[in-house]
Ligand binder design. Structure first.
Ligand SMILES: NC(=O)c1ccc[n+]([C@@H]2O[C@H](COP(=O)([O-])OP(=O)(O)OC[C@H]3O[C@@H](n4cnc5c(N)ncnc54)[C@H](O)[C@@H]3O)[C@@H](O)[C@H]2O)c1
Length: 276
């Protein structure tokens, strides 16, 4: 039996900054006409990636504006694609378009999602199915279609799914409203989907991880009563909502080689909400 001495064959650490890059990479971001997706698209572009701005066909014009804005600001290539992530046909078509434009896919932020209006145990089945199809099935369809490109092109990649603090707790209900039921179920599903895909794809060099943002001041809050937002804010130990800047850091970490050993994990950043 040989004894391993701690200092034998330990690789020297390399530059952190040199690993914090996406130069030459090709990225896909879903929900990219919205608050968080636009922000992470900008972060990927700033780090050197070409970015496909993916959102529902109804927002194609907005997606095109985001794509133009990012291309101009960061000097990368961008395309806008109108896609419904809950439709396999639509997702497969989006992936074909991205590969035709960029050649391949290295980084994915599977982020499209819809909010919890009317959510609760007695919600319409139609509403329940719609949320599941976007927030959970949509993530699976985008991840698997993009991973199949990475596998075929034999270069690995990084896939980041947007879960939520609602994947970890049931949000405290506002006044007499029911505790949200479907949104939390979808987002908890995203955590396990992430782990399963991570296990399936690790051997191909494809890392799948998730982020769990807390209350981020962004598009998802449009249409909510301000009193409800005040209530949510009052549950945050740091005393305020998170910003888009609070999201881009964790996503950039997972996307680049700085997160090279992060596989099937979740990064939760919520200003302390889930402490208690
Ligand atoms: N804002 C928050 O407080 C918060 C907290 C935790 C998690 N999240 C999650 O972050 C993600 C982004 O949220 P946001 O705040 O940026 O919301 P947002 O409404 O600004 O953006 C979401 C985008 O997803 C798009 N989208 C909806 N359905 C789609 C579909 N079927 N196909 C393609 N795109 C579709 C919308 O058009 C929209 O542009 C969501 O998954 C949300 O659940 C948000």
């Amino acid at each position: 039996m040989s004894i391993i001495t701690a200092t034998t064959n330990v690789k020297e650490p390399t530059s952190v900054l040199a690993r914090f890059t996406l130069k030459g990479k090709k990225a896909v971001v879903t929900g990219a006409a919205g608050g968080i997706g636009r922000a992470t698209s900008m972060a990927f572009a700033e780090l050197g990636a070409d970015v496909a701005i993916v959102d529902i066909p109804e927002k194609l014009e907005k997606s095109q504006k985001v794509a133009e804005e990012i291309a101009k600001r960061y000097g990368v290539k961008t395309i806008a694609v109108g896609t419904d992530v809950s439709s396999k046909e639509s997702v497969d078509h989006m992936v074909e378009e991205v590969v035709a434009a960029f050649g391949t896919i290295d980084v994915v932020h599977s982020n499209a999602g819809i909010g919890a209006h009317g959510d609760g145990p007695d919600m319409d089945l139609e509403h329940w199915n719609k949320m599941l199809s976007v927030n959970l099935t949509g993530v699976m369809l985008v991840d698997t279609a993009c991973a199949n490109v990475m596998k075929a092109h034999k270069h690995g990649g990084s896939i980041i799914n947007t879960a939520s603090l609602s994947a970890h707790i049931i949000n405290p209900p506002y006044k007499d409203a029911p505790a949200i039921t479907c949104y939390t179920t979808c987002k908890a599903g995203v955590l396990h989907l992430t782990k399963s895909l991570a296990l399936n794809y690790a051997k191909y060099g494809i890392r799948v991880n998730s982020i769990s943002p807390g209350y981020i001041w962004s598009g998802l809050h449009q249409g909510l009563p301000s009193e409800r937002c005040d209530f949510e804010e009052s549950t945050v130990p740091v005393g305020h909502f998170g910003s888009l800047d609070d999201v881009t850091g964790p996503v950039a970490l997972l996307a680049t080689d700085l997160g090279a050993y992060m596989v099937g994990t979740d990064i939760l950043f919520d200003g302390g909400v889930t402490i208690y």
